[in-house]
Design a protein around this ligand. Structure first.
Ligand code: 5GP
Length: 129
């Protein structure tokens, strides 16, 4: 299990275009790209482009549970709304989709840069394992 960390992650390199990613949506605040190890026909990660929405410091917003503050309300809402836009773009609105945030070790978070998983294109199961 990955240990929570404030260090820069591979997602910073994707944001800075230092390593390639299959980007499906980008604006000034949010980046969405296909997961390298997809768990469904559509598996997209949505991330805030800065890890602290206010200061732009890149070491603050690693996990939701400990780091989300009042000042992050706007970017948190933007991530959810963007997920809907991308779901539409991917043709998922008719049958539905799943949004997931893995938080911390028990949540199976492996990359400590907040991200929203958008999964679709197949029937999901509930409860998850
Ligand atoms: P977590 O377990 O932290 O919620 O999910 C991290 C996700 O990031 C995993 O689904 C993993 O496949 C994905 N991932 C890790 N490294 C890369 C990468 O370099 N590029 C892309 N596109 N996805 C990655």
């Amino acid at each position: 299990l990955a240990v929570p960390s404030d260090s820069p992650t591979i997602f910073d390199k994707i944001i800075n275009k230092e390593i390639p990613a299959n980007i499906v949506y980008e604006d000034d605040k949010v980046l969405a790209f296909r997961d390298i190890n997809p768990q469904a026909p559509v598996h997209i990660l949505l991330i805030p482009k800065v890890r602290d929405g206010l200061t732009g410091l890149s070491k603050v917003f690693c996990l939701l549970s400990e780091r989300a503050e009042e000042k992050h309300r706007e970017i948190l809402g933007q991530l959810l709304y963007t997920a809907k836009l991308v779901a539409k773009q991917e043709g998922l609105l008719e049958n539905g989709f799943r949004l997931v945030i893995n938080d911390g070790p028990s949540g199976c978070q492996s990359v400590y840069h907040l991200h929203l998983h958008l999964l679709g294109g197949r029937q999901m199961n509930w409860p998850p394992g």
